[in-house]
Ligand binder design. Structure first.
Ligand code: HEM
Length: 208
């Protein structure tokens, strides 16, 4: 009887693992599609203003991946799918990947590699200051997302990585700040999604 239970549990655990194993390369390929679409769009001259479109695509996907990363814990609890946690690091790194492309496009294509101009914009335009702050924060999280850092930092690692909530809030502020009043609907959707995720976290914290 006991061995049967153990066996059954083992099978469930193995199934969960293999589903995630199958899922991971698939998620990786899907996560690369916006970048492929952006390169294809430029190569086939589909964008009226390529620099602005590339900034839009990379900025929005950076933010989307931040929000998707924050969905991992709720999915884990609501659907009782422990294996999804194995996707968290990759999803977070995709947020950093798109944010880095966004920054590179801004520095190289928008600012024409004029570093003096770029520094002036960072100081003078508050939404750019916020963008840089988010990118630097994501850089720290990306660099410390490996097992060695988890072991070295111990309890501090969790606190450091809860910064992702603050960075997502700042990324939404960066978005809201640079749109016109008539374009507020889109950032509001992101703001709403973030509010739901934060509320879920808060309620879970209160329950514990
Ligand atoms: C690294 C420093 C950053 C710089 C210099 C920067 C710069 C910019 C600029 C110039 C725009 C306006 C594009 C336009 O004219 O429409 C923009 C938009 C945006 N950025 Fe950033 N950004 C930075 C970081 C980030 C980060 C880290 C995120 C999120 C992870 C982000 C998300 C967005 C979003 C969502 C938009 C709005 C796109 C749209 O209009 O649909 N940015 N950013």
């Amino acid at each position: 009887m006991l061995s049967q239970t153990v066996n059954k549990k083992g099978v469930v655990a193995k199934r969960g693992l293999s589903l995630t194993r199958l899922f991971k390369p698939l998620v990786f390929i899907v996560a690369l599609l916006p970048a492929v679409f952006a390169v294809y769009g430029v190569a086939s001259s589909q964008f009226v203003d390529p620099v602005e479109t590339l900034l839009k695509i990379t900025g929005e996907w950076g933010l989307r991946f931040l929000l998707i990363t924050l969905c991992v814990t709720p999915i884990q609890f609501i659907f009782k799918w422990g294996g999804v946690a194995k996707l968290r690091r990759m999803l977070g790194l995709f947020a950093f990947f798109y944010a880095t492309l966004h920054l590179a496009i801004w520095v190289v294509l928008d600012q024409g590699l004029d570093l003096q101009d770029a520094v002036n914009a960072i100081v003078e335009k508050k939404f750019i200051t916020f963008g840089i702050a988010v990118w630097l924060g994501l850089l720290v999280l990306a660099v410390t997302s490996n097992r060695w850092s988890v072991r070295k930092l111990g309890r501090k690692w969790k606190n450091l990585h809860s910064l992702v909530y603050v960075l997502t809030v700042l990324a939404v502020v960066h978005f809201v700040w640079q749109v016109k009043a008539s374009e507020l609907l889109e950032p509001s959707v992101y703001l709403g999604a973030l509010a739901v995720l934060l509320l879920w976290r808060f309620l879970r914290m209160v329950k514990r």
